[in-house]
Structure formats: C-alpha cells, structure tokens
Write a protein that binds this ligand. Sequence first.
Ligand SMILES: [Zn+2]
Length: 209
Amino acid sequence: MLITSPNQNYVQGGVITLRCPACRQRGTFDPWPNVPDVIADSGVHLGQRRCPNPACRAHVFAVWSGADRVVMVSYPAERIDFDTTDVPPEVTATLEEAITCHAVGAFRAAAIMVRRSLEALCEDRQATGANLKERIRSLGSKVMIPSELLDALDDLRLLGNDAAHVESKAYNNIGQAEVEAGIAVAKEVLKAVYQYASLLRQLRSSKKP
Ligand SMILES: [Zn+2]
C-alpha cells in the first residue's frame, strides 16, 4: 500500500483508518463482531466498521481495493468541517451543498457551489465589482482578509472571470485538490467576514476592567 497523504483512509489487518463522518475524529475502525467482509468478484472488499470513539460509535460501511487497501468509498461519506457561527443561512446552505458534492466526488458541482457561496457572501455584504474576484477584493477593504489570501484567489480557476462560468471550460478539469483549496479559501473568507468580529467582542468582554 502506498500512503500518499496523512489524510488517506486505508485498511490494515482488517482495521480501517478513517476520519469519522459523524464525530470527525480520525480513528481506527474495528469490524463488527460476527460480520465478515464481502470480497466481490472484482477484488473490491466491502465491510461494516464502527467508530472507536466511545462517545460516537458511528456505524460506517466502507469499500476498499483488495490490491492496495485504500478506501474508495465510505457511507456516510466523510465531510469537510465547516464552522457556521454567525454565517447567514443562504451562505451556509450553499457552502454546505459544496461540501456535500465534494464528499461524494462531484467536484465540478462542488466548484460551482463554492463559487456561488462566495457570490452569496458578496451580495450579503453588498460588495461591488465587475466580477467575483473584484467583489471579493472590495470586501477586503471592509473586513480583515490577509492580502496573501486575496492574491492566492487569482490561482483558483473556479473563480474564473468569465461571466458564463458555468459553461466555461475551466470547470472541466477541476479536481479534488482544487475544490479542497476552494472550500478552504471560502472558509477563511467567511471567517474574516463573519467570525472575527464576534471573536473580538468575546475578547473585549473578557478584558479585565
Ligand atoms: Zn465517530
């Protein structure tokens, strides 16, 4: 087995190392007693596992390759974390939908929803500009967004300038890595716009008189 990233989900000795879709902790999932794995004709393995966290114990169904033991699918699917504190419902729902698309491997759909969540955010904050990148830049003049982050937005194809972006060919080649970068950037921008202010309030109210 070739481990290509620290987040890789893999099977060793029947135990699956996985980030739990329920409690979101990374753990080693043991088989259920008396429930043997299925080995399909294709060589793919299918099995039932249980979260080791005593407070969680979520039941997960996983499919992995018999050859390299890398987990291909799990149900429920693992989801990227997203702190929704103080984020308006429309923006939350859109980014949640992007995360759902990402979890099931629908990366182009996820990219479109990441873009929509940023559009919804700009609309909520009445940020103006000829295109989405300019609108996000204009947000940067109202709230604290690190300038390095704003510069990095230029590298994200899913933010492409094209007004007809849904038809744009830029979406055809968008894969997991770019969607994950896009979701990470969206979360940082949301933090800057909606969450720093409440953190500052918290800090101020805890200040000694
Ligand atoms: Zn769990």
